[in-house]
Design a protein around this ligand. Sequence first.
Ligand code: SF4
Length: 373
Amino acid sequence: MSLNHVRPWRNIHRRKSRQIMVGDVAVGGDAPIAVQTMTNTLTTDVAATVAQVQAAAEAGADIVRVSVPDEASSKALKEIVRESPVPIVADIHFHYRRGIEAAEAGAACLRINPGNIGDEKRVKEVIKAARDHNCSIRIGVNAGSLEKHLLEKYGEPCPEAMVESGLEHIRILQDNDFHEFKISVKASDVFLSAAAYQGIAEATDAPIHLGITEAGGLVSGTIKSAIGLGNLLWMGIGDTIRVSLSADPVEEVKVGYEILKSLGLRHRGVNIISCPSCARQGFDVIKTVEALEQRLEHIKTPMSLSIIGCVVNGPGEALMTDVGFTGGGAGSGMVYLAGKASHKMSNDQMIDHIVEEVEKKAAELDAAQEAAE
Ligand code: SF4
């Protein structure tokens, strides 16, 4: 169930899945839905890759995936794992040797499709390496790379083919008594992805990694992901998510969090509620929100802030937020604390002042949280 149990119309009943570990991050069961991203540096450029992993982790990524296309990357992976503040997933395609090397290098999880890495002996070797090194596996079915026999059977990539592919890979792991796995069935088409995910969610109790693959650029990909992942999450499907954007991994993490925040599934940082502004605004809402988004990036405590241009909606929104500001004319507005009108503040000082109030409130909430633990 979500954190919204006080208001039953907001409840999301999560599908029951087994829980696995990706390093020290639990995925599935009642664990928080983990946010992932993937680096886009050359893995062999250790410094650049570690910098990207750290930036993603700072933005809230729980898990980061790194591509391991060759032996040099396997070597680099060892150093990256050592420097990384979060568990690293090694992305492997076809090369069973890379899978073994990545497990040995300390990857917390291998993204590998066991049916695509050669004969049974090779599959067994990779599974043994994963088991020996406490490494979980993600089966990553992709509509664009379905097995030939399934394309022949179904004629084209379709949800049934994707689910069947997933189940075939699952069977290989289970036949080898390996159960620390999760699964994804991604497609770039929202409908195909959603149908495939619903199918696999019914067919297995494995934790599910959600993603709309190759979703596009920052704006179009965000919308596509919000619709596709948002619907599935709302249905209760999904234990970890990755938003794929042709953009900085930090943007992927931010979008992932925003999707989860919109559904009340996770909370992190300041949720800014702001009006679109119009002729009634008592101050420049758009510029103010832009500035506050930047100035409040360091706040990790879940809390809410309303920035509303005028009294039409300001007091009502402020009622439900930790800190609020409502434009009121004559170059000043009203500051609300915990839903109550507190004091007036001039427009030219309000950004600094709101940052201070938010920081104060965050410290207060953190202290209350610590006392409760
Ligand atoms: S809250 Fe006021 S300023 Fe903002 S859009 Fe509504 S009427 Fe306009």
